[in-house]
Structure formats: C-alpha cells, structure tokens
Ligand binder design. Structure first.
Ligand SMILES: *Cc1c(COP(=O)(O)O)cnc(C)c1O
Length: 388
C-alpha cells in the first residue's frame, strides 16, 4: 500500500499552498531579522514584511492595521479575546454569552472564567445549527460584557448571522467576539458591516502555515480594552509580547490574499463538488445532512448515517479517505461530538457521522472515488448487519 488516502479533512488543517511557501522562504534564511530591531537593515526588512502582511490582513476584514494582533493561532486569539475582555471589564459586569456549538478554544476559556466567578450563558442552537436571534436578545443583560459566536462551524460548516448578532450586541453596548478560524479567506468578512469588536483568525485552515493567527481588536466605536495574557517585551501594542514570527506572518497574509482573490471561483467549484458528492450519496437511505443546507461553508458536507456502526464505517473508509467522524477522540475516551449533540442527535447517530472537508486541492476524480467507496462501505455494513 503505497497509495495514501484521499485527504478530505480540510477543517482540521490544510496543506501550505506552494505560492505561500515561496513567499515565506526568504524570511527563514536571507531576511531573518527581528522586526523589533530598529538599528539595521535586517530588522527593517522584517519590519517592512510584517507591516505589509498586517496591512493586507487588516484590509481583508475591513479593519485598520493597528487593530491586528498577531498570535500563535485561533486558540490563542480566542483565549486572549475572552479572558482579556473578562479581565478588563470585570468592574462593568461578569456575564458572558456563547453557544453550545463553539470550538473548545472558546468553550474552555469560558468554563475557566466560570470557575473564577463569571457567569456564562451557553445558548442552544436550532436543529439547523443556527442560533436563534431572539433567544440571544433575551439573554443579553445589563451586566453582559461579551458575546462570542463563531463565524463558521468547524464540524457542520454552518455560517452564523454575524451582522444580525453584531447589531443586537451594539444596540445593547455589549462587545461581540467571533471565532472566524474556518471563515477567513473562504467567506466574506467585514468587521464594520458585521459590527464585530474582536475576531480570531488562523492561517492553517486556509493553506497557510500552522502556528500563526491573529486577533482583530477594535480601536474605535468602541475602543476595546484588553488585558494581555502574555507579558514581556510589549510587542503588538502590549497585548501580546513575543518576537514576531516573520515567515509565518508573511505566509499567513499571502494565504489570505490568495483566498480572497480566488474566493468567487473556488466557492463555485467547491459547492459543485460538495453538492455532487451529496447527490450521489443519497442513493443510500437514511442519511441525514447536519447543519443548514445552504448557509454553510462551500467545502463542508456533514452527514449522519443511520443504521450503521460509526466505528466500523470509519475503519472501512480509512484506506480510501482521510476524514473525520462525529466523535472527539480525546485520549482513550470516545465522546460524541458536542456539536452533533447540540443538534439533538443520539450518541449512536453522532458516532455514525462523517465530516467531509473539501479544499483547494480536491479534484472531481477524488470525489468520484470517495462517493463510490462510501456507498459501497455503507451497503456492505448494512447487509452484514442484516445477516448477523
Ligand atoms: C481550528 C480552529 C481553532 C483553533 O485554531 P488554531 O489556530 O489551530 O489554534 C479554533 N476555532 C475553530 C472554529 C477552528 O476551526
């Protein structure tokens, strides 16, 4: 077996686009300076590269460059946003609102804050994965300091109505944070139109390198105060100390630039492949589409398959396709995904779930092979079960 499985796990991570890698390479070797060194050309080169990257990333979400704080990724950006706001505003209030289907990098900082005495409301979602705006509005209180709702879900691909959420938060004077790790470079984002005050970004879901991301922090109307979570040399306006990782920053900006430039064509292509895969799989009965049918990432298809054993399904598909299931396998314990549970699924149905993440390098031929393989595997498992 020399053939590696087809990669359809683009919500977990993506390969670095060769054009991104090319942009990064000089900054590992020749232009290796520290962007904070202001007395020589090595530092100036790095500083210029970081400035260009910052300008490009800010423009990509309609922010200004000073509002971009580089971090190690979206996990750190979420932690900085949530804990940083909680600490800076604790005299004003201690109530935070988030949603059941958020990434653990949002839920766990909220749980941590709850252990410190903050009060966290975790909103449920509708069966299609979208939040109920009236329920959100009813939950906002005078002591609410932050609402955190993701842009695009990493399992079911659902796109939350950021502009509508932003409007409701702004009306009540509550800060709005959005984890846009899955959305940047794939769907349009505009922090002004959407009235987002803090936005978490990462590079490695959009064909950039791992280990780099950013937090957008609004500077006016309103100016967001943020308590740093990492102290040191005062980089990033004191909000995140640590020497800037120039090659990763350059790669991040290049990845987002490409994502934006190719968004229209790539969205159409991925939707075509995704919808074709879904159409073909419907020859099997008892397949449930998870998440809103159209308000979702173009490369996402998330299906729960009735009357098959989830573990057997995943094992059967393993040689053919690298894909993710409906369980978060943390260490030995197999737990059903909290996102699928929030949709109201039983544990068994949640386990029998396949998350297809199509991406820039996915081909029509691969989708054909995967459709054939998934159909054959489901049929084989179901007939084996009947015989037994
Ligand atoms: C991948 C992901 C994260 C974590 O991002 P890292 O950059 O890997 O830390 C956070 N939130 C969502 C929605 C993600 O998909």
């Amino acid at each position: 077996m020399t053939q590696r499985p087809i990669y359809l796990d683009c919500h977990a991570t993506t390969p670095v686009d060769p054009r991104v890698l090319e942009a990064m390479i000089p900054f590992f070797t020749h232009q290796f300076g520290n962007a904070a060194s202001n007395s020589h050309i090595y530092g100036w080169e790095a500083e210029t590269a970081v400035k260009q990257a910052r300008d490009g990333l800010a423009a990509a979400i309609n922010a200004s460059p000073e509002e971009i704080i580089f971090t190690s990724g979206a996990t750190e950006a979420n932690n900085l946003a949530i804990k940083g706001v909680a600490e800076a505003y604790l005299e004003r209030g201690r109530h935070i609102i988030t949603v059941q289907t958020e990434h653990n990098a949002v839920l766990d900082p909220c749980t941590y804050l709850a252990s410190l005495g903050f009060e966290v409301t975790v909103l449920p979602v509708q069966p299609n994965g979208l939040i109920d705006l009236d329920a959100l509005e009813a939950t906002l209180r005078d002591d609410t300091i932050l609402v955190s709702v993701m842009a695009a879900n990493n399992e079911i691909g659902v796109l939350q109505p950021l502009a509508e959420i932003g409007q409701r938060c702004r009306d009540r004077g509550v800060l709005f944070h959005s984890d846009a790790a899955q959305a940047i470079g794939k769907v349009p984002l505009d922090v002004q139109a959407m009235q987002v005050d803090l936005m978490s970004l990462t590079a490695h879901k959009v064909y950039g390198p791992k280990g780099i991301g950013a937090l957008y922090v609004r500077r006016r109307n309103p100016r967001v105060a943020l308590a740093p979570q990492q102290h040191g040399g005062g980089h990033e306006r004191g909000m995140r100390s640590g020497t800037l990782y120039t090659p990763q920053i350059v790669g991040f900006a290049k990845a987002v630039e490409l994502g934006l430039a190719e968004m229209a064509a790539e969205t159409a292509r991925l939707k075509g492949l995704r919808d074709y895969l879904w159409a073909r799989l419907q020859v099997c009965d008892g397949i449930v589409l998870n998440g809103h049918s159209s308000q979702r990432l173009p490369g996402n298809l998330n299906l729960s398959i009735e009357a098959v054993d989830g573990q057997a399904l995943l094992l059967g598909l393993r040689p053919l396709v690298a894909i993710s299931s409906g369980s978060a396998c943390s260490s030995a314990s197999r737990k059903p995904s909290h996102v699928l549970k929030a949709l109201g699924h039983s544990d068994d149905l949640a386990y029998a779930t396949l998350r297809f993440g199509l991406g820039r390098f996915t081909t029509a031929d691969e989708i054909e092979q995967v459709a054939d393989g998934v159909i054959a595997t489901i049929k084989a498992l179901r007939s084996a079960q009947v015989v037994a």
